[in-house]
Design a protein around this ligand. Structure first.
Ligand code: SSA
Length: 425
């Protein structure tokens, strides 16, 4: 969310952000509504002031019965007028607030201008793409051959886009999550295991609501919803708090199961476990002081953290600078880390790394007292550390061996009792 005063004073900057973000937000309509609110607010305040004056004059009327009665009658008219205007003011103010949640953040000038992921700009590559001198298998065939997945029984109990991880795949996912947690915690990030059911204000806070409400599972009769990422829960944790600059930066490595409706993706990535309704993710989350330089520093750090993990897993990848039309409303800047998927002959997203400045903090009112005692909104950032089962796809495919086994990277072996490969039993 942007500051209301900023939008009033810089409508052209906001219109440029709307254009760059491919947003349907109408700045002129918003400002017209804002003027209506201000006008109505002024009327209500004037009437309230008159009401106060009137009650003073009634008090001073003393024995003058006629004067008292006329003043009281005037007061009744004022009260009736206020009774009519105050609900209107409340409704218009709420309408303006709901629109305020839809205003996109201004992208950093370093973000490529574009309309879709085709316009994302690769910034660096890492790792030799493996050359296979045997028939290459895709992740789903590999998982079936090694008896690592049961999609049929998953479909029976949970419907589409569900899966059962079996045997070594179940152990591999646990190992991957633990490995990611350990590596990021070793950098001083505080480990968290957070609720995957959270209240509405958390989803407004991170930006999932209102625009992405259709992606979220609601719980019948509950005031909580299933989160699509620990980012939602962590953002909500600090609502309405005033931190002190000495506490900042707060750095978290958070885990929770993630749930996504994937509305609008019918028919996309339906083979295997690329796009599913429930998955597990270890999340990096940073709350820092309101400084662009500090946000950029952390943005670079968070993507490097993810790269370190993917390099340890020996998976070739690239980092792309996400374009303005693909990054979404709240981001100032965004990197995606895409891992090489041999069976598709292309890179596929496995990590997403964003910085927001105070766009999230303003929505959920997270502030801090700076060195001069001034209270400001914090800046927030997040990045995937590891998401499974998606990471299994490049992991299994890149490390498949001629005998149909899959080599386990050395970094993971300590989490799998030293096991060196996944083999058919
Ligand atoms: N439907 C899904 N199925 C499997 N994995 C998914 C799904 N949606 C997202 N992911 C994984 O989760 C990662 C992060 O998702 S994200 O929406 O891009 N970004 C976030 O959630 C941020 N909080 C950073 O983690 C994705 O890069 C992908 O690896």
């Amino acid at each position: 969310m942007l500051d209301l005063g900023f939008i009033r004073n810089h409508p052209e900057l906001v219109k440029e952000a709307v254009r760059l973000k491919q947003s349907d937000f109408d700045v002129d309509q918003f400002l017209a509504l804002d003027r209506q609110v201000l006008e109505l607010q002024h009327q209500v305040e004037t009437l309230r002031a008159e009401q106060n004056q009137l009650s003073k004059r009634i008090g001073q009327a003393g024995k003058d019965k006629e004067l008292r009665e006329s003043l009281i009658a005037e007061g009744k008219q004022l009260a009736a007028r206020l009774k009519e205007l105050e609900p209107q003011l409340e409704a218009l103010t709420e309408q303006r607030q709901q629109l305020l949640y839809l205003v996109p953040q201004i992208p950093d000038p370093s973000a490529p201008v574009g309309t879709s992921e085709e316009d994302n700009v690769p910034v660096r590559y890492w790792g030799e793409k493996p050359q296979f001198d045997f028939p290459l298998l895709d992740h789903y065939t590999l998982m079936q051959k090694l008896d690592l997945v049961d999609m049929e029984r998953a479909a029976k109990i949970a419907g589409s886009r569900s899966y059962v991880l079996k045997g070594d795949a179940a152990r591999l996912e646990m190992a991957l999550l633990h490995f990611a947690f350990d590596r990021i915690a070793a950098k001083g990030f505080t480990p968290l295991i957070v609720p995957a059911m959270a209240r509405e204000f958390c989803f407004i806070g991170n930006g999932q609501f209102p625009r992405g409400r259709d992606q979220v599972y609601a719980l019948e009769g509950e005031d909580t919803f299933l989160v699509g990422t620990a980012e939602v829960s962590i953002t909500g944790m600090f609502k309405d708090e005033i931190l002190s600059y000495e506490e900042l930066p707060l750095t978290f490595v958070g885990f929770c199961p993630c749930f996504r409706k994937e509305a609008g993706t019918y028919g996309k990535d339906t083979r295997g476990v690329f796009r599913v309704h429930q998955f597990n993710k270890v999340e990096q989350y940073v709350i820092c002081e309101a400084s662009h330089e500090e946000s950029v520093r952390w943005h670079e750090q968070l993507i490097r953290n993810a790269e370190e993990l993917v390099q340890a897993l020996e998976i070739p990848y690239r980092v792309v600078n996400v374009c303005t039309g693909d990054m979404g409303d709240g981001k100032v800047g965004m990197y995606d880390l895409e891992c090489w998927v041999p069976s598709e002959g292309r890179y596929r997203e496995t990590h997403s790394c964003s910085y927001f400045h105070d766009w999230q903090a303003r929505r959920v009112n997270i502030r801090y007292r700076d060195r001069d005692g001034k209270v400001k909104f914090v800046h927030t950032l997040n990045n995937t550390a590891l998401a499974s089962p998606r990471i299994l796809i490049p992991l299994l495919e890149n490390h498949q061996q001629p005998d149909g086994s899959v080599r386990i990277p050395a970094a993971l072996r300590p989490y799998l009792g030293g096991q060196e490969a996944l083999r058919a039993h």
